[in-house]
Design a protein around this ligand. Structure first.
Ligand code: SF4
Ligand code: SF4
Length: 341
């Protein structure tokens, strides 16, 4: 892996050079900046960047946008080919997402586990370059290390930027990202001492992961039947904010929409917190009670997904904690689950 060093002033020039070949996005710092297609993000037309922290909206919008047209069809009565569906071409326009935090980068890898055969997700992955930024400070709601991540993590990223003293280092992780370096005025290969400094910052985190794997080994039925679920669910409003903001929530609903005889099959984000999500056409609802839906959200992230794929389906970004109107905190649920015998 190549590692380059550069000064802050060179970063703006480097980013500007990408805008001639790619759409480049960064986290919006205020609501008025947010761009239509990707709420919470804004397009960069030059290299100028205000100080911006972790994005309020997750990076999943670039891989799993909503709405996303999957197929088109004609619904005109007189059309001999009426209702024949044609699969939607997957998009090709190249895009760069700049300043992605390691937790969000990791979420792309985790979502890839269930979406490995999804042509839209894979096409969006192929055309997207993630330029990450290590976190030198954590918010009170960040807990990436407890779920297997790191503020210096590089999983899912194509380029990882880190500040080491007064220089920035750029680790070029994928071949896809190597093309960005060609236009990198001011980039020089990082020295051994600069790389060693970054390695020691990374190791310091890895030595104290705060990561408790024992939850994964607990009996599913014991966790499912634990007595505290009613208490957790009591205050939940089933608003779904937690699931829409969560980078690792990936459920969707499919709807057919027809306008003047032209139909589109579209997928939209859905949420397991909504009663309609599991409502059968018979009227039966296997998760008709709020406590069942709240339990499902946490069990999916902390037990069902790890049982199937290995890691927790949570990257510890803290968005659900920050935005929950009734202060439900997944970290407290983890503690309760760990206490189950
Ligand atoms: S954000 Fe909070 S209140 Fe809303 S569905 Fe999620 S846990 Fe419930
Ligand atoms: S469950 Fe909460 S903390 Fe975990 S990834 Fe989703 S939004 Fe972030």
């Amino acid at each position: 892996m190549k590692v380059y060093a550069f000064k802050q002033a060179d970063l703006e020039k480097w980013v500007k050079s990408w805008t001639s070949t790619h759409k480049v996005y960064r986290a919006a710092t205020q609501k008025s900046e947010t761009c239509g297609a990707h709420a919470g993000w804004t397009e960069m037309t030059d290299g100028t960047m205000p100080p911006c922290g972790p994005a309020k909206s997750s990076v999943k919008t670039f891989y799993f946008p909503q709405p996303e047209t999957m197929a088109t069809f004609s619904a005109k009565k007189e059309d001999p080919d009426g209702l024949l569906m044609e699969n939607q071409e997957t998009p090709e326009e190249k895009q760069i997402v700049f300043g992605v935090r390691p937790c969000d980068g990791r979420s792309v890898e985790l979502n890839n586990l269930p979406y490995v055969d999804d042509p839209f997700y894979q096409a969006n992955r192929e055309r997207t370059i993630l330029v990450g930024f290590s976190c030198t400070e954590q918010k009170a709601t960040c807990f990436c290390t407890q779920t297997g991540g790191s503020p210096y993590g590089t999983e899912g990223l194509d380029v990882a930027l880190s500040q080491v003293g007064d220089v920035f280092l750029a680790e070029i992780i994928t071949d896809k990202a190597a093309e960005l370096v060609d236009n990198g005025d001011g980039l020089t290969e990082a020295s051994e001492s600069e790389i060693a400094e970054l390695t020691s910052l990374r190791q310091a985190v890895e030595e104290n992961p705060g990561h408790d794997e024992s939850l994964k080994a607990k009996e599913m039925t014991a966790l499912h039947g634990a007595p505290f679920w009613d208490k957790v669910a009591e205050s939940c409003l089933n608003c779904g904010a937690c699931t829409f903001l969560c980078p690792t929530c990936y459920c969707f609903d499919i709807q057919d929409e027809v306008v003047r005889g032209q139909g589109k099959r579209i997928r939209y984000w859905d949420s397991c917190m909504f009663p309609l999500y599991t409502l059968h056409t018979t009227g039966h609802n296997p998760r008709g009670k709020k406590v069942q839906r709240v339990r499902n959200r946490f069990m999916h992230k902390l037990k069902y997904f790890p049982d199937r794929f290995g890691p927790f389906s949570c990257v510890g970004c803290g968005r659900c904690i920050q935005e929950c109107p009734v202060n439900i905190d997944i970290r407290e649920v983890m503690v309760d689950l760990l206490a189950v015998k």
